[in-house]
Design a protein around this ligand. Sequence first.
Ligand code: AQP
Length: 346
Amino acid sequence: MTDAAATQPSNAAFTPRVFSGIQPSGDLHLGNYLGALKRFADAQNQGIETVYCMVDQHAITVWQDPAELRRSTRELAAGFIASGIDPAKSILFNQSQVAEHAQLAWVFNCVARMGWMQRMTQWKDKAGKNQQNASLGLFAYPSLMAADILLYHATHVPVGEDQKQHLELTRDIATKFNNDFGVDFFPITEPVITGTATRVMSLRDGAKKMSKSDPSDASRINMTDDADTIAKKIRKAKSDADALPSEAKGLEERAEARNLVNIYAAMADMSVDAVLAEVGGKQFSEFKPMLAELAVEKLAPISAEMARLMQHEDEIDAILRAGADRARAIAAPILQKTYDIVGMIR
Ligand code: AQP
């Protein structure tokens, strides 16, 4: 893979394998597409073994309506496929259908320390002021995430910037497990956080991440938005009164402008410098329609394919079941070996 960090020497014994997941916790948005799905398809197309998961057990760490969770899981699967993840090339499955995730997470709950979890910024953000009332699952979320990754001995995990701290914790858990038991069993997985869209920001506030849970629908472009809605959201996106600069350093103090240029660059597969060489000097009144046109061109076929797939729920369910069988074939022996190392009788 071109954007993978080099595998550390300690991982040399492991076959390169990419793992990543997305929660079925709401509508997919442009941040999920550029920061995750598009890069997942790129990794798959570079010929590396790729394992991708709908992490429904992570989603239920906060309340999910059961009917809506089922719909969102299928829609997320449709989003993966429509973004170019080919179930014949990648393993595509739903987390709860492979029981080994929860089983390995329990072992990791006994390896990880409370203090590690308490330092996680996502825990602090999501639990808010009322930590006593947050679910135990939300607190232990990074331990389940470590299990998702290490159950496949994944060497690389493409994620957005927001997941960096959780990846570091995965490395800490693998290191502690290996040290505690005197083995070199789990790889020290590399996060792959590269490109111009590792942190797509809200269209309404350049200091906030674009997120499914933002109450303002205008803050994000959903992958199911139609062309008019996309164009309208971009037209209304927060920007500033100045013309675009012709070099990236001119964007340093302009969070909203930087975000819109980064989005354009990621969608056009161009560097920020190359974009600014083209659009430097233009006002937002000229740049925004260019951005809207590009966004519609890239997203419209994806959203149309998602809608088509959602008419065939049985097909989606069959793909996920077949993916779960393939995932289990890798996961079960790794869990069994973990149990052997820990001293559990089979
Ligand atoms: N704004 C973003 N920019 C770039 N990448 C992003 N990702 C999420 N938001 C952005 C990446 O998408 C993948 C899946 O994320 P997730 O759904 O598992 O969880 P999340 O990061 O918590 O996503 P949201 O949208 O922010 O959900 P809520 O609002 O429910 O918390 C990950 O690789 C993530 O980095």
